[in-house]
Design a protein around this ligand. Structure first.
Ligand SMILES: Nc1ncnc2c1ncn2[C@@H]1O[C@H](COP(=O)(O)OP(=O)(O)OP(=O)(O)O)[C@@H](O)[C@H]1O
Ligand SMILES: [Mg+2]
Length: 235
C-alpha cells in the first residue's frame, strides 16, 4: 500500500477564525476512511479544505505525493480527486445522462468507457438516464452525485454524508456501492452520520472533535471501543 492522501497539521477556516486546528490524517491507496464527529466539528470544512474550497492557513495537504494545499479545485480534480458535497450535488434541471456528461468536463478521452462503468455500478441510473435529476428520489440522487464524481476516473473520492436522509434500504445499498468502488482501486474518504454502519465498512475511522482528530483506529476497533460508543455512537 502506498500513501494517497496526507493531511499534515492543518489549520483552515472561513475568514479569520480557524475551524480546523491542527488536524492530521493519512489515507492509503485503496482504503475506505470514515470521519465521524458531532455537528459543527468541522467535517465538511475538512472535505472542502482538501478540495481547495476553503483557505488553508497552516500545514500541508499532499495528494499522490504532490502538495495540493493552495491549489484551485479544478487543478486538484485534474490530479484525480473527486468531491461530492453534502448538498446541491447534482444539476437539478438536467437529465441524469447530462449530469454524468457534465461530470466529465475535464476529461479529454474515454467518456464512453467511464459512462458505461458508472451505469454498470448504478443500473438504476441507466434506467432513468433521460429523467430530470430534480425529480429523482433521494437515494437515486445520491447515486447520481457519486456517479458524476466517478466520471473523472478519480483515485480518491471524497463523500460528504452520502447516506444522509436516505431510507434504511438505500443506506445499506449505498455502503455496498462504496465497497464496490473501493474494489475498483479507488480510495474513499467519507463523512458519515450513520456512524455504526459506516465504521463497519471502514479500514480507518477518525473521530473529529473541535477541529482536531481526537481518535483514530480501524473502523471495527472504534466500534468496539466503549468510550467512543458512549460519546459518539449513541451508546
Ligand atoms: N461558509 C461558512 N462561513 C462561515 N462559517 C462556516 C461556513 N461553513 C461552516 N461554517 C462554520 O464552521 C463550523 C464547522 O462547520 P462544518 O460544516 O465543517 O461542520 P460539520 O462537522 O460538517 O457539521 P455537520 O455534522 O452539521 O454537517 C461550524 O461552526 C459552521 O457554522
Ligand atoms: Mg457537514
Amino acid at each position: 500500500m502506498t500513501t494517497l492522501l496526507e493531511v499534515i497539521d492543518i489549520r483552515a477556516g472561513y475568514g479569520e477564525a480557524d475551524i480546523l486546528n491542527g488536524l492530521t490524517l493519512t489515507l492509503s491507496d485503496n482504503e475506505i476512511a470514515v470521519i465521524i464527529g458531532p455537528n459543527g466539528a468541522g467535517k465538511s470544512t475538512l472535505m472542502k479544505a482538501i478540495f481547495g474550497l476553503v483557505s488553508v492557513h497552516g500545514g500541508d495537504i499532499r495528494f499522490a505525493g504532490q502538495v495540493i494545499s493552495g491549489r484551485r479545485a479544478d487543478q486538484i480534480a485534474k490530479l484525480g480527486l473527486s468531491y461530492v458535497p453534502q448538498e446541491r450535488n447534482v444539476f437539478a434541471s438536467m437529465t441524469v445522462h447530462e449530469n454524468l456528461e457534465m461530470g466529465a468536463y475535464l476529461l479529454r478521452a474515454g467518456l464512453r468507457d467511464h459512462l458505461s462503468r458508472v451505469y454498470d455500478l448504478f443500473p438504476q441510473l441507466q434506467e432513468r438516464r433521460n429523467q430530470i435529476a430534480g425529480t429523482l428520489s433521494g437515494g437515486e440522487r445520491q447515486m447520481l452525485a457519486m456517479g458524476r464524481a466517478l466520471m473523472l476516473d478519480p483515485r480518491l473520492l471524497l463523500l460528504d454524508e452520502p447516506t444522509a436522509a436516505l431510507a434504511p434500504r438505500y443506506v445499506a445499498e449505498t455502503f455496498e456501492r462504496i465497497r464496490e468502488i473501493r474494489s475498483q482501486g479507488i480510495g474513499v474518504l467519507m463523512v458519515e452520520q450513520n456512524a455504526r454502519q459506516a465504521l463497519a465498512v471502514a479500514d480507518r475511522g477518525i473521530v473529529l472533535v473541535m477541529g482536531q482528530n481526537r481518535f483514530e483506529d480501524s473502523g471495527p476497533k472504534l466500534l468496539a471501543n466503549r468510550e467512543i460508543a458512549e460519546m459518539y455512537l449513541g451508546g
